[in-house]
Design a protein around this ligand. Structure first.
Ligand code: MG
Length: 340
């Protein structure tokens, strides 16, 4: 057990510590992972893998603080179910059960709470999982912003599945399941009343899509692309595998409305949040089969191969349309606070 002196305790917590980018990473690895030090946590994966007799369970938890609570394509309830289901799914787990904990501000409209709950019910039904336990707290007016939800989930990992960035090999191909950035710009448009039309969050449960991919061919690792976007997830893949990853800029799918909104708002779709997209790494012999399977599913129609694993390195490079190459780093600072 490391001593307390080795904990990396930050000064004041700024919004950037919740961005999912570099500072979140530093906080998690320097404080939480060091203090709680154990093998399951050390992986810092979407879900921890724990043994229960002969079975392996995936276990995950997330807090949801999105503002506003409702946005085109979803709301905090749908997000709370999908986000947790997706963290189980990308570890190859089949969701078994979820919990839901509600922190409600005094005075919150009961009808809105009802809407959120029905939306959670619908998302859970689509994912084929029950919400089996929970908790309710109400705090004084002004001590929370309407409603926060925390969900946890457990899933069963079928025998033989062992997905992790440690399994990546030189030559593996990178697949992105569809157009990037829709969630981030849809929430920002709604929050700031920017009035841009056609934007819609991609929020969706991805366990069906993940199962299709895994049935089609060998998949080494998957990750859902949430805060910090593709660029941050790729950096996590590169640093945990110790291998360099190359992304081809012109292959990266972005819908025209989202690309236009990103340009207007000064956002980079490679760093913008998604809630219904994932990246997958497959050996070259499997990638075409996996790609076909993804494209046959409603949440994977826009899937593309967009990069590959190079040799030793641990960094991510972006090969630009004109043939140049530059380093693609983890999200710095805070692009959009309270996006999920
Ligand atoms: Mg995740």
């Amino acid at each position: 057990m490391p001593g307390k002196s080795r904990l990396n305790v930050p000064g004041k917590i700024t919004l950037a510590y919740g961005s999912g980018g570099r500072l979140t990473h530093e906080l998690v690895s320097g404080l939480f992972a060091r203090a709680f030090a154990n093998k399951a946590l050390a992986e810092l994966a979407d879900s921890a893998v724990i043994k229960a007799g002969r079975e392996r369970l995936a276990f995950t938890t997330d807090g949801y603080v999105v503002s506003p609570l409702f946005f085109p394509g979803g709301d905090i309830g749908k997000l709370a179910v999908c986000g947790t289901v997706n963290d189980l799914a990308v570890k190859g787990a089949r969701p078994l059960a979820l919990s839901a904990s509600f922190i409600i501000e005094e005075g919150f409209d009961g009808e809105l709470l009802g809407k959120v709950v029905l939306s959670m019910k619908a998302a859970a039904a689509e994912a084929g999982v029950d919400i089996v336990t929970g908790d309710t707290k109400v705090v004084d007016k002004g001590k929370a912003d309407g409603l926060f939800i925390s969900t946890a989930g457990v899933g069963l990992i079928p025998a033989g599945r062992d997905l992790s960035f440690g399994a990546l090999r030189t030559g593996d191909e990178l697949i992105i399941s569809g157009p990037l950035g829709d969630h981030g710009v849809a929430v920002m448009n709604e929050r700031n009343k920017l009035g841009l039309s056609g934007l819609k969050s991609d929020c969706a449960p991805l366990n069906g899509l993940a199962e299709k991919a895994l049935a089609a061919g060998e998949v080494r690792a998957m990750r859902d692309l949430t805060r910090g976007g593709l660029a941050t997830a790729l950096n996590e893949a590169a640093s945990s595998s110790g291998l360099a990853v190359e992304l081809e800029e012109e292959k990266v799918p972005v819908s025209p409305v989202t690309a236009n909104a990103c340009a207007l708002l000064g956002l980079d779709p490679l760093y913008a949040a998604n809630e219904g997209k994932m990246m997958l790494f497959c050996p070259p012999a499997s990638s075409a089969k996996v790609l076909r399977a993804l494209r046959s599913h409603r949440y994977g129609r826009g899937a593309v191969i967009a990069g590959r694993v190079l040799g030793k390195g641990g960094e991510v490079s972006l090969r630009t349309a004109v043939g140049g190459s530059r380093l693609l780093r983890m999200l710095e600072g805070e692009q959009l606070p309270r996006i999920c």
